[in-house]
Design a protein around this ligand. Structure first.
Ligand code: SAM
Length: 245
C-alpha cells in the first residue's frame, strides 16, 4: 500500500510514522508513507497556500490551485488505477473499524489535511472521494486525524498483526474485547480469574467470550444490535439481565 499525506505541516506527521509498529511496517515494505508539503505545489514567491474567504468572515481557506496540483501530480505518478482521495474534515462520515478495514484493501490512499477554516469547496467537489471525521469535535488541523486513520488502516494490512489477533480485538465482530491479565497471579490483593490459570482452553475461550458479551452490554449496548450473537451468548445475556432484576 502507498499512502500520501498532503499537509502544510509535514513535521507534525514525522513522529507518528517514525516510531514503533508503523515504522516496522514501513521498514518491512508493507506500506510506503510519503509526507507531501502542500507548499511545494505553490507557484508564487511567497508559497501561499491560503487566502481570505469570499463574502467575508474570520479565518483563512486553503486555496484550490495547490491542492489540485498536488493531487493530480500524485495521481499521475501512481501505479494504481484509482488512487482513493480522502479529506479529513469534522463534516465527514465518522471513522470506525469497518471503514479502516475497507481502506486497508486499497492500494493507494491520498489524504488531504485541512487547516484554518478548511479547504475551498471546489477542491472538495473536484478531488475528494471520501470525507472522514474522527469524531464530533474540532481539531486545529487534519494532521492528527490523518495519523489516526493511517494507524488504524496500516495495522490491518496483511502481515502486520496475526489474523487471530485481528479477529479477536474490539469491534471485529461488533463486540468489545475481553479483559487481559498477565503475571503476577495476585497483585495488591487483586486476583487473576482462576479459569485463566486452569490450562483448560475450552473454558478459557468460553470465559473470554462471556466477558466480551458482558463488557459490550455494559459499555456499548448499541453495538450488541449489530453483533452476531451465538445461542450461548444470548442465554448468557439473559442470565445477566435476570441477575439485575
Ligand atoms: N471550519 C471547519 C468546520 O467548522 O467544519 C473546521 C475547520 S478545522 C479548525 C481545520 C481542519 O482540521 C479541518 O479542515 C480538518 O482537516 C481538520 N479537522 C478538524 N476536526 C476534525 C475532525 N473531527 N476529524 C477530521 N478532521 C478534522
Amino acid at each position: 500500500m502507498k499512502i500520501d499525506l498532503i499537509t502544510i505541516f509535514p513535521g507534525m506527521l514525522d513522529g507518528p510514522f517514525r516510531e514503533s509498529m508503523i515504522k516496522r511496517a514501513v521498514d518491512r515494505g508493507l506500506v510506503e508513507i510519503n509526507l507531501v508539503d502542500l507548499r511545494s505545489y505553490t507557484r508564487d514567491r511567497h508559497r501561499q497556500v491560503d487566502d481570505t474567504p469570499y463574502g467575508g468572515g474570520c479565518g483563512m481557506i486553503l486555496k484550490p490551485e495547490p491542492l489540485f496540483d498536488a493531487v493530480e501530480d500524485l495521481k499521475s505518478k501512481s501505479d494504481c488505477e484509482y488512487p482513493w482521495v480522502i479529506l479529513l474534515t469534522p463534516q465527514g462520515r465518522r471513522f470506525d473499524q469497518q471503514e479502516a478495514r475497507n481502506l486497508s484493501g486499497k492500494k493507494h490512499l491520498i489524504l488531504i489535511c485541512g487547516r484554518y477554516e478548511g479547504v475551498d469547496e471546489r477542491a472538495r467537489l473536484g478531488l475528494v472521494d471520501e470525507e472522514i471525521s474522527i469524531g464530533d469535535f474540532v481539531l486545529t488541523g487534519g494532521e492528527l486525524a490523518a495519523a489516526v486513520v493511517v494507524d488504524a488502516v496500516v495495522r490491518l494490512l496483511p502481515g502486520f498483526i496475526s489474523e487471530e489477533a485481528a479477529a479477536n480485538e474490539s469491534f471485529s465482530d461488533s463486540l468489545l474485547e475481553h479483559p487481559h491479565y498477565t503475571r503476577p497471579p495476585v497483585y495488591r490483593g487483586m486476583e487473576v480469574p482462576p479459569v485463566l490459570l486452569s490450562g483448560n482452553h475450552a473454558e478459557i475461550e468460553r470465559w473470554r467470550r462471556q466477558q466480551s458479551v458482558k463488557r459490550t452490554y455494559e459499555r456499548r449496548p448499541d453495538l450488541l444490535k449489530k453483533a452476531d450473537l451465538l445461542p450461548d451468548d444470548k442465554s448468557y445475556l439473559k442470565d445477566i439481565l435476570k441477575q439485575q432484576e
